[in-house]
Structure formats: C-alpha cells, structure tokens
Design a protein around this ligand. Structure first.
Ligand code: NAD
Length: 374
C-alpha cells in the first residue's frame, strides 16, 4: 500500500435545529465585524431564520446555477464596497458556489450553511461559467472555514429534488473510486457515505419529513464530498460539467441520471470499485449477502444501483430536462477533452457517444454494459 493523501482542514458543526446558534457562535469565534449573507431567492426565508441571532451588514440574493462570471463579479463588487470580512452562505451548491467565487479573488473566509446534499461546502473546488463553458479549479481559499449542518433546513427541499440531490452526493462517492487521486482513505469514506445515503434517501422517499432520513442523508452527503474533494473528478463529473456548463442542464438531476451509465462503463473494468459498490449498496439497501450470486460484482453493482434508483423514483433520462439527442456529438467532443487518465475503462468517441445517447433517451444501462463489454 502506497499513497499520498491530503485531509482538508474544516470545522464541522452538525445538529438539527442548531444552525442559528452555531452561526452566531462561529461569527463571534472568527471575530468578524461585517458579515455578508448570500442566499438565493428560494433560500432567503431559510437564511433569515439562520441569521436571526446575527448581525448582517449585507444581504445578497443574486444567485444563478453554475455561477456565471458576471454574477460572480457583481457579488465580488458588493463584498468589496461593503468592506465585508466574513461571508455566510445559506443554500444549495449554487449559493455556496457564489460564495466561493467571492472568496477566490478576495480571500474573505466563508461559513457555509448547506440546504441541499450537493456537498460543495466540503470541497476546495470552485466553478465559474463563461461563454457556455464551465471551468473548475482547486484553491484552498474557497474551502469554507466552517460548515454548519442542520438537517431541519433541508425539510423544505421537495422529495424529488431531495432524491436527485442525494444521488448527486452518491455520485461523488462512486466517481471517487476511479478518480485521479483515488486512495484507500477516500474509498473507505465513499463506502460509508454510499450506505448512509442509500439508507437516508429510502426514508426520505417514503416520507420527506423523516428527520432521521434527512440527518443520515446530510451526514452521507458531507462524507461523500470529503471523498470527492480528496480523490478529484472522475469521468462522471467531467460528463456532468459539460452537460451543466454547456447545455445548462440542472445539476442534481443530471448527476442522478448519468450515474448508472458511468457505472455500466467503468465497473467491469475495476474489480475493486465493483466489490466496494456491491458491499456498500447491499448495506444501504439492507440486503443479505449472496442474494445475487449469479451476477459478477460489476453487474451486481449496476443492478443494485438501478434498484435503488427505482425505489427512489429517481430521474432516468436527460431528455426530460432539455438535453437533445442532436447535442450528443458536441457533448462527446467536449467530454473527450476531459476524460481522466485514471478512468478504468477505455472511453473512446464511440463509447462516450453511446453513453450519452443512452442517458439522453433513458435506455436500460444494462444494455450499455453489454454493448461496451461484449
Ligand atoms: P442549487 O443550489 O441550484 O439548488 C437547487 C434548487 O433548490 C434551487 O432552486 C434552490 O433555490 C432550491 N433549494 C435549495 N435548498 C432548498 C431548500 N432547503 N428548500 C427548498 N428549496 C431549496 O442546486 P445544488 O444541486 O444544491 O447545487 C448545484 C450547483 O453546485 C452546481 O452549480 C454545481 O456545479 C455546484 N457544486 C459544486 C461542487 C464543488 O465541489 N464545487 C460540488 C457539488 C455541487
């Protein structure tokens, strides 16, 4: 065993119903005097309650998914002209992304209060979109100093979006198994996160107001993001960045849809990832071992993921969210420029185009596995 591993330094405070108190204490601990609160339109009510015990110098609500550069510039100017010394962002990945964009150029520290399961708060990855191209980069200045998790804040996230967002977190785990810096530590975190996410999401799908389900999913989403931040972006994330940045596809639903197709391609080429996926998904789905002895690990991993998605009623084709079959060629061209060297399966133009077509039309991912690995 030989590897190098970096653990990012963050303070994590986890407690349902505790966000307002924790935010107030963190502002005092950091010693900030001029706080900017960033919260997108839908999350503003949540932000008002989270900031109810704190003094806010500047409210900022101009949040757009995938952080268009002009939106980032406006927020940077607003922070600069108000002499802001701390940003508290309350919202999903889009809101956190905007806070990161300000931190990237100003170095202003960020306290993140997530309201989805996207996990951006636990990574040092920033993203900006300019001229229909999403660029991402890594910079420790954008890593929030503190993350305040409060599962009660995710209660208003509709069931279907909760499922899609939780599967976005699951994609962080799965992709981290074959990402460029995959190692035994992030793989162990990914396994625990897959189990927690599957268990939590199955409860939320039954009853969106199930607090234990929300807590388990938020816990899983955090560790999933830690695994992803450590391992880096694998093929799945490269594909979803192209679909989001160039074709303006919704983030969570795109991840939820694409994931089984990437598993169909990669699992048969990675025995270790497949056996980890099988063990973690079995635990998450509360299945006895040996139920599916007729399958190889790779096809069992895919079967279990398909079963989980079916039980959750998760998104299953990109067409429904606006991606067209006629756009597969351009998307393929862009994805091919970004395929990580670490990808276990060979991702030729033909393979990527088949994968994107299958995800676009919602074809059975088992078919893709058979086609590619015939
Ligand atoms: P989002 O932040 O755009 O939120 C989706 C929708 O849910 C929005 O309409 C939002 O207003 C609403 N919403 C959020 N919380 C809610 C709540 N509690 N109740 C009701 N409505 C709520 O979507 P997302 O999936 O959280 O984040 C997507 C963005 O995050 C993308 O731009 C993606 O690239 C980025 N991201 C970045 C990283 C990273 O490491 N840099 C990781 C994950 C995601």
């Amino acid at each position: 065993m030989k590897f190098g591993h970096i653990t990012l330094g963050q303070r994590i405070l986890f407690g349902s119903g505790e966000a307002a108190r924790n935010v107030k204490d963190e502002i005092a601990r950091i010693g900030a005097k001029r706080v900017m609160c960033i919260a997108g339109g839908a999350e503003m009510d949540i932000a008002k309650s989270v900031m109810s015990l704190a003094e806010v110098a500047l409210w900022h609500s101009d949040v757009v998914q995938h952080v268009p550069l002009e939106i980032a510039e406006k927020a940077r100017e607003a922070a600069g002209s108000s002499n802001i010394d701390l940003i508290v962002c309350v919202g999903g990945g889009s809101t956190t992304g905007l806070a990161k964009a300000v931190a990237l150029t100003s170095g202003i520290p960020v306290v993140a209060v997530p309201t989805t399961y996207a996990g951006s708060e636990a990574t040092n990855v920033w993203g900006l979109t300019e001229n229909a191209t999403k660029t991402t980069g890594v910079d420790d200045r954008v890593l929030p100093a503190t993350v305040i998790y409060d599962a009660a804040l995710t209660m208003s996230l509709p069931g279907s979006l909760s499922v899609a967002s939780g599967l976005n977190a699951l994609a962080h785990c799965v992709d981290s198994l074959w990402a460029p810096r995959a190692d035994p530590i992030n793989a162990a975190l990914a396994s625990e996160a897959i189990k927690a996410l599957a268990q939590g999401l199955l409860r939320i799908a039954q009853d969106p107001s199930d607090m234990a389900g929300r807590e388990n999913t938020l816990y899983g989403a955090y560790i999933a993001a830690v695994a992803f931040a450590s391992a880096g972006s694998g093929l799945h994330h490269k594909i979803c960045h192209v679909l989001g940045g160039t074709f303006n596809m919704p983030h969570a639903e795109t991840h939820a849809t694409v994931l089984p197709y990437v598993v169909a391609l990669n699992a048969p080429a990675s025995a270790d990832a497949s056996s980890r996926l099988v063990a973690a998904l079995r635990a998450g789905l509360s299945k006895e071992s040996g139920d599916q002895a007729a399958h190889s690990d790779a096809s069992e991993a895919l079967e279990l993921l398909i079963e989980l998605k079916e039980r959750l009623g998760a998104p299953s084709n990109l067409q429904e969210y606006g991606f067209k079959e006629s756009e597969v060629e351009e998307a393929t061209r862009r994805v091919l420029l970004a395929v990580p060297e670490s990808n276990p399966a060979v991702a030729t133009e033909e393979v990527v185009a088949s994968l994107l077509t299958a995800a676009c039309l919602g074809r059975d991912p088992r078919q893709l596995l058979e086609e590619v690995h015939a």
